[in-house]
Design a protein around this ligand. Structure first.
Ligand SMILES: Nc1ncnc2c1ncn2[C@@H]1O[C@H](COP(=O)(O)OP(=O)(O)OP(=O)(O)O)[C@@H](O)[C@H]1O
Ligand SMILES: [Mg+2]
Length: 216
């Protein structure tokens, strides 16, 4: 088993240049949790790290509603993939010290917030989200993401664990048990299957165990 400290030592780094580590995986796998833990550990060890979630590239609800896609929120085409790619490139190409605004997703209002974080002096950015390892055949517009990352890990979790976490999230967010079940079955787990098809492209696959993570 690897601790977060062990994992932090495996994060790519390159003096003088900003490195981007991706953490891909299905909804509810624990990507945001791992990304925050890694960023905190890297910071503790004296590096300058920050998390840049893919979530901030959700299209706004009014845009999704106008497209008749609100019920499918979370699928690849309900995100601004082009904006995500543009901003990943900016993270790579902007010299350390200059600002790169990055949107965040606010679960309380279910909308992105522009420039939620500004990346400036960080030399490691942990990019986390579902769709970091897709091909254009799987979802148009996403293939460039993988090319912009220095490495990409995949965080896996058993389907039963994903299901339980997602049901809990949706009921805590105000859905009835029946509505939560429909959302998980018709949407989240379908997205999880699409993400799972990209697992083999990851540089390493992790699964959470006890207080740490194991490879594979
Ligand atoms: N290693 C872990 N052990 C136990 N529970 C965990 C672990 N990592 C995350 N969780 C729990 O699982 C749930 C989902 O975690 P998290 O929000 O990090 O997942 P995610 O992959 O970012 O989900 P999403 O794709 O929906 O953003 C949270 O309740 C979190 O506390
Ligand atoms: Mg998350």
């Amino acid at each position: 088993m690897l601790s977060v400290t062990d994992l932090a030592l495996r994060v790519p780094r390159s003096p003088g240049r900003r490195c981007l580590l991706g953490i891909a995986g299905p909804p509810g796998a624990g990507k945001s949790t791992l990304a925050e833990r890694l960023s905190a550990e890297l910071t503790r060890s004296g590096l300058r790290a920050v998390v840049a979630p893919m979530d901030g590239y959700h299209l706004r609800n009014e845009v999704l509603r106008a497209r008749g896609a609100l019920a499918r929120k979370g699928e690849p085409d309900t995100f601004d993939a082009a904006g995500f790619v543009t901003d990943l490139r900016a993270l790579r190409e902007t010299p350390i010290g200059e600002p790169v605004p990055w949107p965040l997703f606010d679960r309380a209002i279910d909308e992105p917030t522009e420039g939620g974080v500004v990346v400036r002096d960080k030399d490691i950015v942990v990019v986390e989200g579902n769709y970091l390892l897709l091909t254009d055949a799987e979802a148009p517009g996403w293939a460039e993401v993988g090319e912009l990352l220095d490495a990409c890990w995949y965080l896996d979790a058993p389907r039963a664990v994903l299901t339980e976490r997602l049901l809990h999230r949706h009921t805590a967010g105000g859905r009835s048990a029946a509505e939560a079940t429909v959302k998980v079955t018709d949407s989240d787990l379908r997205n999880a299957d699409l993400v799972a098809a990209s697992r083999h492209r990851a540089d390493q696959v992790l699964t959470a165990v006890d207080a740490g993570y194991r490879i594979g």
